[in-house]
Design a protein around this ligand. Structure first.
Ligand SMILES: [Zn+2]
Ligand SMILES: [Zn+2]
Length: 291
């Protein structure tokens, strides 16, 4: 993974998981694109269930529409289905819908797609199942639509992955179904890219050149001369997270803060930052080296 805050490039606001009337979403693809464009997003991935769609003609100068798919192979252990989002897959992909997760992931990756494990907390997939997955590129740390039942945040599932050497980045998505309301144009993955292209979106997700949010912004996060530095929008708390038990600091404050410099143990395997704003909304960086 790379550190997007030390990379050259521009920041683009993305929703990487969206449904339209092509499956069970309430707006047509064109209406959905217009809705997100007006809300200040630069990237929208259309990820209808088990179907790709022709996105030609939907992009404009500052809005890139990405062809995607959501697929649901079975999870035998939990007697349910995994949900995965594939991005950057060609329209007309002949997806054979294998029954099991790993052949499905492999098929989408072979078609050039980046594969995201969607909302594992909502689905109820345990670490014992997640650990058997091969080839996933990222995981949803936050999914707006899952907020409806209080299962928006899959930070625990992501932490298990990081703690056990499954070093993948996180994204935040809306998983938009509704026509409008609190779960639409809410979460975002901010991607740092040289320019607005599908290849750059795929690369930024795969390499973790991004951060996730449903509120606060992270302006900087880096380690310099043994110290971690953070700059962000007004926060009520900033957590520096690392491995279990040993690796986090919590900075509670009576008022909001917008920057932090703190010692960091170079022996920690990685660090990441979680910024919480006064409304309790969060932003998550991806992990970076602690030294
Ligand atoms: Zn889903
Ligand atoms: Zn979905």
């Amino acid at each position: 993974m790379v550190n997007p805050f030390t990379k050259k490039g521009k920041w683009y606001k993305a929703n990487l998981h969206t449904h339209t009337t092509v499956s069970d979403g309430k707006l047509s693809p064109a209406e959905r694109v217009e809705q997100y464009r007006k809300a200040g997003y630069h990237v929208l991935a259309l990820t209808d269930h088990h179907v790709t769609q022709d996105v030609r003609g939907l992009s404009s100068k500052n809005m890139l529409v990405v062809s995607g798919i959501e697929f649901h192979p079975r999870c035998k252990r939990e007697k349910t289905n995994h949900h995965f989002v594939g991005l950057g897959v060609p329209h007309g992909l002949k997806f054979s819908r294998p029954k099991d997760a790993n052949p499905s992931i492999e098929e989408v990756r072979r078609a050039g797609g980046v594969v995201i494990l969607a909302h594992p907390f909502w689905t109820g997939i345990e670490w014992s199942s997640i650990r058997t997955l091969k080839g996933i590129d990222a995981v949803e740390v936050y999914n707006s639509t899952c907020e409806k039942i209080g299962r928006a945040t899959s930070e625990n599932e992501w932490s298990y992955m990081l703690d056990h050497g499954m070093a993948i980045p996180a994204v935040a998505t809306d998983d938009t179904h509704a026509a409008d309301g609190p779960y639409v144009c809410h979460a975002a993955t901010w991607l740092n890219m040289p320019s607005l292209t599908v290849a750059n979106v795929v690369k930024a997700v795969r390499t973790g050149c991004c951060y996730s949010t449903h509120g606060p912004k992270i302006h900087d996060f880096r380690v310099e001369k043994g110290k971690v530095k953070v700059r962000c929008s007004p926060a009520q708390a900033i957590h520096i997270m690392s491995k279990p038990a040993a690796g986090y600091k919590f900075i509670p404050t009576g008022k909001t803060i917008t920057s932090l410099t703190a010692e960091v143990d170079p022996k920690w395997p990685f660090i990441r930052v979680v910024v919480t704003d006064p409304q309790g909304r969060k932003a998550w960086s991806n992990p970076i080296a602690a030294s």
